[in-house]
Structures are given as structure tokens and as C-alpha cells.
Design a protein around this ligand. Structure first.
Ligand code: FPP
Length: 253
């Protein structure tokens, strides 16, 4: 058998890739990646940014319309102050180094999460990135920063309660669509697929409302090691899933 026909046979066994319209990514394991190499945790975070850049390119190349990455959770405030400052600076550095490239690649950036507790300079930076990419029509990159799913639902509840208190909304008219409009992710379809790296199998307060019918794929590699081969393996797993949304027949997204 020639090597060409071997490749064909291998390809034939692969499922036809279904490309999710929205991928949620829990980037986990930067610290353990660093520890395993005798490096500082911060070096793991620097490698984590490289893996994020790579994933953005993969999503563009494979036609994923929306990518949400969990980059700082509202629970991450319990980390040492130095590490928090480092991660905040990573966001600044990521914007400084990658914004022009994101614009060139037609990427629209949205940063979701609570603005409470963020320095005004960081809030301005977030507003600036969103404004500069707002009219882009390619990949929507949603960065969950200072984000917690319970806080998001609580904030949405407060918004809705204000509407009711002001007499603009009748409680009997509240539907799932009312809640969706009040979430940070309004206008973005729910994730079809949520991936978590590093072998952990938890949702950790990520997109709690939006994950109602997401497929979950957990991979063992630490986040900095997540590459194109990992991405394709996950897409193959996703492509074989039978999505029924509580019904009997499988539906394609
Ligand atoms: C996960 O590893 C990493 C984080 C929760 C924060 C850092 C995220 C990045 C570097 C990606 C890009 C970020 C920005 C702001 C653009 P961990 O520290 O939880 O690892 P561990 O579980 O092994 O300790």
C-alpha cells in the first residue's frame, strides 16, 4: 500500500467535521504546565497567551463564528495579588500586541464580565478594543474577563427587576428571551461545544445559562499545549455527538 492510499484510508475513517458556530474554551492548566517544567506560573500564562493566539487563528481558518475564552473568573480574585496583576497586564499586552492583527483579520472582540473592581484604565482599554472592532464581521472573540456565570445571571435579574419596578415590564411577560437579552452575551448564540483542558471536568461558573445544551469535551493536555492536533481531535469527538436538545431525533446545529 502506498503512503498516499494509507492517508486516504485513514481520512475515510474520520467523521465529516461539523464546525460548531460557537466554541467556549476553559483554558486551564497554565500553572501546572509551568510547574511540570520547573518554571514560574507566570511563564505558563505567557505560553497560555500563545495558545490563545493560535486558537483564534484556528477558529478563523476552520470557520467558527464565535469563540468565548475564560481568561479570568470572578473566583480568581483569591489568587496571590502578584499573579492577579500579571494576568491583568497580560490582557493589556495581548491588546497592545494583537489588536491590529485582530482588526486585519476582521475579528470582532467583546469582553464580558463585571467591570466592578477593574481599574479605570483597564475599563477604558476594554471599551476601546470593543469600539475599534465593533463593525468587524468575521470571528467574534468573546473574552470572559472578571466573569462568573452566577454573577451574570444575578446582574441580568437586577436589570429585569429594574424594568419591572419602573413599570416598563409586566412580570407575567418575562420569558427566557427576556433573560437572554439581559445577559452579557445578548445576541450571541449559545455555545455548541465547551472544551476544558488540563484533565479537570468541571464547568467552574462558566456560561451557566448558555451551556444548557452545550456538548462538553474534556482534554488532558494543559492549555499551553493545546494545538491544532488537539483542536481537530476535539472537533472529531464533537462531530460524532448526537445532539437531541431533550428530544428524540438528533439535530445538527
Ligand atoms: C488557567 O491556568 C489560566 C488562567 C485562569 C488565567 C490566564 C489566562 C491566559 C494566560 C490566557 C489569555 C489571557 C488573557 C488575559 C488574554 P491556571 O492558572 O488555572 O493553571 P493551574 O490550574 O494549572 O494552576
Amino acid at each position: 500500500m502506498s503512503s498516499d492510499s494509507a492517508i486516504t484510508a485513514e481520512t475515510a475513517q474520520r467523521p465529516r467535521l461539523r464546525i460548531p458556530a460557537h466554541i467556549g474554551m476553559i483554558m486551564d492548566g497554565n500553572g501546572r504546565w509551568a510547574k511540570a517544567r520547573g518554571k514560574l506560573r507566570t511563564e505558563g500564562h505567557i505560553e497560555g497567551v500563545k495558545a490563545l493566539r493560535n486558537l483564534v487563528e484556528l477558529c478563523i481558518n476552520y470557520g467558527v463564528a464565535n469563540l468565548t475564552v475564560f481568561s479570568f473568573s470572578s473566583e480568581n480574585w483569591t489568587r496571590p495579588r502578584d499573579e492577579i496583576a500579571f494576568i491583568f497586564n497580560l490582557l493589556r499586552r495581548f491588546v497592545a500586541s494583537d489588536l491590529q492583527k485582530l482588526i486585519r483579520n476582521n475579528v470582532k472582540v467583546r469582553i464580558i464580565g463585571s467591570r466592578t473592581g477593574l481599574e479605570p484604565s483597564l475599563t477604558r482599554l476594554i471599551d476601546d478594543v470593543e469600539a475599534k472592532t465593533a463593525t468587524n464581521t468575521g470571528l467574534t472573540l468573546i473574552v470572559a474577563f472578571n466573569y462568573g456565570g452566577k454573577a451574570e445571571i444575578t446582574d441580568a435579574t437586577r436589570l429585569i427587576a429594574r424594568e419591572v419596578a419602573a413599570g416598563r415590564l409586566n412580570p407575567d411577560d418575562i420569558t427566557e428571551a427576556t433573560v437572554e437579552r439581559a445577559l452579557y452575551t445578548h445576541g450571541i448564540p449559545d455555545p455548541d461545544l465547551i472544551i476544558r483542558t488540563s484533565g479537570e471536568q468541571r464547568i467552574s461558573n462558566f456560561l451557566l445559562w448558555q451551556a444548557a445544551y452545550s456538548e462538553f469535551v474534556f482534554v488532558d493536555e494543559y492549555w499551553p499545549d493545546f494545538d491544532e492536533a488537539s483542536f481537530l481531535r476535539v472537533l472529531e469527538t464533537f462531530s460524532l455527538r448526537d445532539r437531541r436538545y431533550g428530544g428524540i431525533e438528533a439535530k445538527t446545529p
